[in-house]
Ligand binder design. Structure first.
Ligand SMILES: Cc1ncc(C[n+]2csc(CCOP(=O)(O)OP(=O)(O)O)c2C)c(N)n1
Length: 874
């Protein structure tokens, strides 16, 4: 469907005389009675039209002009001239940083054009709106959350340089994080990471945005999580805002779009997006043959957002005022973005001939303007007065999130070197003429020599500019971005108080999923820890037997429950509440993981440690939203991911798309993710307990991925001695001495060592019994974490797994419900000289019974017996 009104057929005016009468009547009404009455009458007419079914729909797109009329603009509260001079300096320092890095090492990359388009959008925020966390006078004001467009990072560094937070030397190590002296010695200039990465600059960046789309969705769920904290009386976030500056090309990402309706439904008026509509992405125009601003306006308005179009700068005000006949609006309605980009790339003369030259009315408007003036006509996103008006309106708007669609030029001010050019995204080389032109364009107080040497420029501390810069930030609470980590420890109850049922399970039959749910229910009752727990589901709570939690702790809803649930009389009835604790995200894994990230980083973003448990179909985790998990890892998340119904053969019936055999492989690639595949409830309890202590008490930046299964089987007691080994990844489960056919003889006919994890450990145990019956001595080890064993093996002198297996004998056979690469990951860590055979579930899943699937993939007891016999050569 083409959304641009440009392509809608123009209806023919059959009776201009009559049309004029209607128009005059409406204008008279507006003049006499004002806009409120005018809106009422329009609504009434619309109602009539609907009743009569005339088939009329109002256009969602408004004309290509500013939403905020000139007479509604507040007075600009700052010193415009100083702010413009400061912005020019940031532009220069950002440019110099990138060009210098690339002069030294051409491979380093970096971007200039994006920040060139976004500088005024950033600067107006920094000077007037973005509030920093402030801990002065014994009071903590936690400030706003700001998401920065990633490839505009040089601009944020450039500001931090003027603010005195980064040195000129630091800037010279942009994109040289390893070469910078601080990397080797811990002091001196530090390297600046390419994009916002809290992992790499943990005192600076708060939110990773480098992968397009993740910043936008994350910002929505952070804003929603602030509401959750407020409504649950954990932390008052009611005065704080979430700002996000994103690209217009970035809006094409499914993640950018997928939570728009959630933001509107939740009435997130604490959220402001600024979409930098420079009309270009990397390769070319975002919508060459349409208009991205119109398209986004319709999309956001349809989703329920407050939309502010910020299209033209102040120097257009006079033109619009003189344009009584509406020639400009008509001309814009016929100008597609590809053409608008060409206008950006060309000079004033070209624009006079080709834009204003389209007809006599337009030409008249441009009369009296020099080519230079035409060239300097600003788009809205480059005019701080207009930007301020838009931000101010966004801050005051209530009941809806706001998006500001800011029209800019990509590579603004880069002249012939890049402004509006198709190739500008990656432009990072400037010759001397271009540099001098840039200096002149922005009136930089620098000599030719300084410019050619790409010197960074910083005015004296006592200059009016620097005084102003610092004063504005002081007023807003201090500098940002800045990342904090201080938060109070949360006490974790003794394991026996909540997990004794799992530690001494006495062979009762249950699944690890059920054990997890019971464990979670118990933890929720702890008066200290319980309120900090955030259970998260993506419409699978019933699948995992969690429906009892609906009643117990409620599902969070910002409006409570406005209906009587069908099952109101049931003890498990569906209960939504303002202070509900469960985040039920519906069928959006992207939303649920964004929600998890917000909770998992609350310790840093809000100074309040929360503990999220997101439980999901394991196949729809790393495989589906792996990049978001990677970003959460970058943001140093602390929390639990529970991959339920995991294992390619343990989840019978569901088939290829649902059966997960790879999540442990993917989890192992994330450095701060500890992944476990426990077989038994006792192991699970020990793992969760240890994880909670690492995250909440020791405050380590780790998160846990734990797989849980839906297969019921006998749950043995966990011996206390095994506890530390469960955490390290492997413990001896049992020995099965070979049984001779002759009762008097105890001589074994060989040895074999079996390793297993998750539900497949039960097959391994069955195989051990069979092998023992055949006269073999068998040792069985439960591997709780292949990746922890492999990591230990990569650094330790004698790998832990080798120590564990030292007392065992014979070939080693390992089986899991995951691809063979998972157990293969420890091959290099095993005791030397032992044969190692791995069995796994490579290939596509199938729908059938567990038994059939395990036979098919060769991970059932019979297959393990065969593999063991073949390994020992019998
Ligand atoms: C998921 C993802 N895909 C691709 C990229 C590579 N990339 C970086 S910037 C960019 C273009 C961005 O265009 P836009 O959002 O319009 O921002 P602009 O630079 O034009 O302001 C692309 C494709 C990325 N960073 N993330």
């Amino acid at each position: 469907m083409d959304l641009t009104p440009l392509h809608q057929p123009q209806s023919v005016d059959a009776d201009p005389q009559e049309t004029a009468e209607w128009r005059d009547a409406f204008m008279a009404l507006l003049a006499a009675q004002g806009p409120a009455r005018a809106r009422f009458v329009l609504d009434e007419l619309a109602r009539q039209a609907r009743t009569a079914r005339v088939g009329w729909q109002p256009e969602l797109a408004t004309p290509y002009v500013n939403t905020i009329a000139v007479d509604r603009q507040p007075v600009f509260p700052g010193d415009l001239a100083i702010e413009e001079r400061l912005a020019s300096l940031m532009r220069w320092n950002a440019l110099a940083m990138v060009v210098r890095a690339n002069q030294a090492y051409g491979e380093l990359g970096g971007h200039i054009a994006s920040y060139a388009s976004a500088a005024d959008l950033f600067e107006t925020g920094f000077n007037h709106f973005f509030r920093a966390r402030n801990d002065e006078a014994g009071q903590t004001n936690l400030g706003d959350l700001v998401f920065f467009q990633p490839h505009s990072a040089p601009g944020v560094y450039a500001r931090a340089y003027l603010e005195g937070r980064l040195s000129a030397e630091d800037l010279t190590y942009y994109r040289q994080e390893l070469t910078a002296p601080a990397a080797a010695t811990g002091s001196g200039p530090r390297g600046l990471c390419s994009y916002p990465h809290p992992c790499l600059m943990p005192d600076f960046w708060q939110f990773p945005t480098g992968s397009m789309g993740i910043g936008p969705i994350s910002s929505i769920y952070h804003a929603r999580f602030m509401r959750y904290l407020t409504h649950r009386h954990l932390l008052d976030c009611s005065q704080r805002k979430v700002w996000g500056v994103f690209g217009d090309g970035e809006m094409d990402e499914p993640e950018s779009m997928s939570a728009l309706t959630l933001a509107a439904r939740e009435g997130l008026d604490n959220l402001v997006w600024v979409v930098n509509c420079n009309l270009q992405r990397l390769d070319g125009p975002v919508r060459g043959n349409g208009r991205i601003i119109d398209e986004l306006e319709m999309l956001f308005a349809g989703a329920g957002w407050n939309v502010i179009k910020l299209v033209w700068g102040s120097d257009w005000d006079g033109l619009f005022a003189r344009d009584q006949g509406g020639a400009l609006i008509r001309a814009f309605a016929n100008t597609v973005d590809g053409q608008m980009q060409t206008f950006a790339a060309k000079d004033g003369r070209f624009n006079r001939d080709n834009f204003f030259g389209q007809n006599a009315e337009l030409a008249r408007l441009a009369q009296g303007m020099t080519d230079e003036q035409i060239d300097r006509l600003k788009r809205g996103g480059h005019d701080m007065v207009k930007i301020h008006a838009a931000y101010d309106a966004a801050c005051r708007h209530q009941g809806q999130p706001t998006v500001i669609l800011a029209h800019t030029k990509k590579g603004f001010g880069m002249g012939s070197a890049g402004q509006g050019r198709m190739t500008t995204h990656s432009q990072k080389k400037f010759d001397e003429t271009d540099l001098i032109a840039f200096r002149n364009r922005f009136n930089l107080p620098m000599t030719d020599e300084q410019v050619k040497n790409l010197e960074f420029y910083k005015p004296a501390d006592d200059s009016a500019e620097m005084q102003y810069l610092q004063a504005q930030r002081r007023r807003l609470g201090g500098h940002l971005p800045r990342r904090y980590t201080a938060c109070e420890r949360v006490a974790v109850p003794e394991i026996a108080s909540y997990a004794q049922f799992a530690l001494t399970a006495q062979d009762r039959e249950t699944s690890t999923t059920m054990a997890f749910v019971r464990l979670l229910g118990n933890l929720l009752k702890d008066t200290t820890l319980g309120p900090r727990i955030v259970p998260i589901v993506a419409d699978e709570a019933r699948t995992f037997g969690m429906a009892n939690l609906f009643k117990q702790i409620g599902i969070y809803s910002s409006v409570g429950q406005r209906y009587a649930p069908e099952d109101i009389g049931s003890v498990l009835s569906y209960r939504e509440a303002l202070d509900g604790q469960i985040l039920e995200e519906g069928i959006s894994e992207a939303g649920a993981i964004a929600s998890w990230t917000a909770a998992a980083t609350s310790y840093s973003v809000h100074g309040l440690a929360m503990l999220p448990f997101y439980i999901y179909y394991s196949m729809f985790g790393f495989q589906r939203v792996g990049d978001q998990i990677w970003a959460a890892a970058d943001q140093r998340a602390r929390g639990f991911l529970l991959g339920a119904t995991s294992g390619r053969t343990t989840l019978g019936g569901e088939g290829l798309q649902h059966q997960d055999g790879t999540s442990h492989l993917l989890a192992a690639t994330i450095p701060n993710c500890k992944a476990y595949d426990p077989a038994f409830a006792g192991e699970l309890a020990v793992i969760i307990d240890h994880g909670m202590r690492e995250m909440l008490v020791e405050q380590k930046d780790v998160f846990y991925y734990v797989t849980v299964m839906n297969e019921n089987y006998a749950q043995p007691d966990l011996p206390a001695a095994a506890v530390p080994d469960v955490i390290r990844g492997c413990y001896k489960f049992a020995s099965y001495p070979g049984l001779s056919g002759d009762a008097k003889s105890t001589r074994s006919s060989g040895n074999v060592t079996l390793l297993g994890s998750g539900a497949i450990l039960t097959e391994v145990i069955k195989a051990a019994v069979l092998l023992a019956q055949q006269g073999l001595d068998v040792d069985v080890f439960s591997v709780t974490s292949w990746s922890e064993l492999a990591r230990d093996g990569a650094v330790g002198e004698t790998p832990f797994v080798a120590q564990q297996l030292a007392g065992s004998k014979g070939p080693i056979v390992a089986a899991t419900d995951y691809v063979r690469a998972v157990p293969e990951s420890v091959r290099g860590c095993l005791p030397s000289g032992r044969r190692y055979v791995t069995m796994g579930t490579d290939g596509f899943g199938r729908s059938d019974t567990r038994a059939a699937l395990r036979g098919f993939f060769g991970v059932d007891a019979a297959s393990i017996v065969r593999a063991a016999r073949s390994a020992i050569g019998t």
